[in-house]
Design a protein around this ligand. Structure first.
Ligand SMILES: [Zn+2]
Length: 223
């Protein structure tokens, strides 16, 4: 049995899963990017390693059947299903300077932070005191041109698209609903849903005001 927990727009949620457990990240609205990180539970020095995931898969896109590797080069998560099929493993999470200094098409976002800060806050809520590593940018589409330059394109995610994962080790996972307005997610930011094993508590956090994260940091429906 699974339960659905909502990560409000511009926030992040963190949860623990057992080895062998499955979960999914779902975008309830079209075109919403989500950033995902994970750590080995009990040994958070071993984190999702974006660079080794590129290296060990030998490609810039991962999808069903591919592993997300940790810093020791061991599979940490496996993608078990993928409605969207397009995700980036090239970028870090959006963060304060990025959302302050970069134009978005409708001016500049003046934000206290972005996915990096929200993921850090969600990790803190589940007791993981670690620097946020580079993320898997779910539902984000970039294209490398001329084997040199990359362009971020509009997210192709459709409403209800889900990406399923299986934990290969006991893990702590954190997922943010991206805070960056722009080419990828557009100018209307939306939530992300997490389908987690029944009984899984998801702690949510945000550095943004007015996004629906209460003081307790409980995702709606937590046990
Ligand atoms: Zn972001």
């Amino acid at each position: 049995m699974t339960a659905t927990r909502r990560v409000p727009k511009k926030s992040a949620g963190a949860f623990a899963v057992d080895a062998g457990a499955t979960f999914a990240v779902v975008t309830p609205e079209p075109r919403q990017v989500a950033d995902l990180i994970a750590f080995v539970r009990g040994d958070p020095s071993r984190a999702f390693a974006q660079s080794y995931t590129r290296d060990l898969n030998g490609k810039l896109r991962v999808s069903t059947g591919d592993h997300l590797y940790d810093t020791a080069g061991d599979p940490l998560l496996t993608i078990t299903g993928d409605d969207c099929g397009v995700h980036d493993i090239m970028f870090g999470p959006c963060t304060g300077w990025m959302l302050t200094d970069r134009p978005t098409g409708e001016g500049r976002q003046d934000e206290p932070g972005g996915c990096r800060e929200n993921l850090a806050a969600a990790l803190e809520a589940v007791g993981v005191d670690r620097t946020v590593p580079d993320t898997m940018n779910l539902f984000q589409k970039s294209t490398v041109t001329d084997q040199t330059y990359f362009d971020v394109r509009e997210s192709p995610a459709e409403a209800g698209d889900a990406v399923g994962f299986r934990a290969e080790k006991p893990a702590v996972v954190a997922v943010s609903a991206c805070s960056a307005k722009g080419v990828a997610s557009g100018t209307t930011l939306t939530p992300i849903d997490l389908r987690v094993p029944d009984g899984t508590a998801v702690r949510v956090a945000s550095v943004h005001d007015g996004v629906g994260v209460d003081e307790r940091g409980d995702a709606n429906g937590n046990p």
